[in-house]
Design a protein around this ligand. Structure first.
Ligand code: PAF
Length: 276
């Protein structure tokens, strides 16, 4: 496995190869990331992973400086998982000029974007740059970051990028908590409480699957249960899978998404469901 830090070395290592499968990450890898590497490997092409904690997608007061940076452990996991190339640039390599172009994706101010202004602009910008650098045939992203995946699929479609997006199911701990690098911030008490987010979403999804269409009531019940148990809720929202907008009449393929803070940690999760 090659560990590469510069754009020039990456170009040399790829040597014009445009049939790779790419897994962009911010590092601190867990088994959810490794399942994306496996998804990528399933395409039978060389696998490239990137590790870059992208400053553009963090707002003021967010966790950019304390985000865990664990390059050695990440490389050991990637090597064991069969990754071929790891691209781990620093911020100067990715953003050499003081003023940076920025993408303005649709839906960037909805859901998480309403609470993290600039976040999806930063995600779309860095992913477009990474796509331009790696020029992969496939790219794998997890469904835990549902809105991110939705926005990036739009990026690929609207800019006619010749990339097939691979969607990884959300990895979960045995108690249902979605795997996330941010779970490491949780105290033991918070970790015990954290799976409530998934339980609350499941209960909301079950109500929808049994035919309830008063989404506001369902969302409020979920948010209230979280608040009663010490969470600070950003949103719980039922949306259409096809648009990520509030469900239209006759729309049946839905997703319930939530973001809420437990202490200093912001957790997100979602469940797809079908209106019964
Ligand atoms: O999901 C992530 O880890 C990041 O948002 C991504 C896609 C690697 C862009 O920095």
């Amino acid at each position: 496995m090659h560990l590469i830090h510069s754009v020039a070395e990456l170009r040399t290592a790829l040597n014009g190869q445009r049939e790779t499968a790419f897994v962009p990450t911010m590092g601190n890898l867990h088994s959810g990331h490794i399942s994306l590497i496996e998804l990528a490997r399933g395409k039978g092409r060389p696998v490239v992973a990137s590790i870059f904690v992208n400053p553009l997608q963090f707002g003021a007061g967010e966790d950019f400086s304390r985000y865990p940076r664990t390059l050695d452990a990440d490389c050991a996991r990637l090597r064991a998982a069969g990754c071929d190339i790891v691209f781990a640039p620093d911020a100067r390599e990715m953003y050499p000029e003081p003023q940076t172009y920025s993408m303005q994706p649709p839906l960037a101010d909805q859901l998480c974007g309403a609470y993290r202004p600039g976040h999806f602009q930063g995600v779309a910008t860095v992913v477009l740059k990474l796509f331009n650098l790696v020029q992969p045939r496939y790219a794998a992203f997890g469904k835990k970051d549902y809105q991110q995946l939705f926005i990036l699929k739009g990026l690929v479609r609207q800019f006619n990028l010749p990339i097939e997006m691979l969607e990884g199911e959300t990895g979960r701990a045995e108690d249902g908590l979605a795997l996330s690098s941010r779970n490491g911030y949780l105290s033991p008490e918070e970790r015990a409480e954290a799976p409530r987010l998934y339980r609350v979403l499941r209960a909301a999804a079950q109500r929808i699957e049994s035919g309830e269409t008063d989404f506001t009531t369902i969302e409020q019940a979920a948010a209230e249960e979280l608040t009663r148990n010490g969470w600070r809720v950003d949103y719980v929202s039922a949306r259409g899978q096809a648009t990520l907008l509030p469900p239209q009449a006759n729309e049946t393929d839905l997703v319930v998404l939530a973001a809420a803070h437990l202490g200093r940690t912001r957790l997100i999760d979602n469940i797809e469901c079908r209106l019964g």
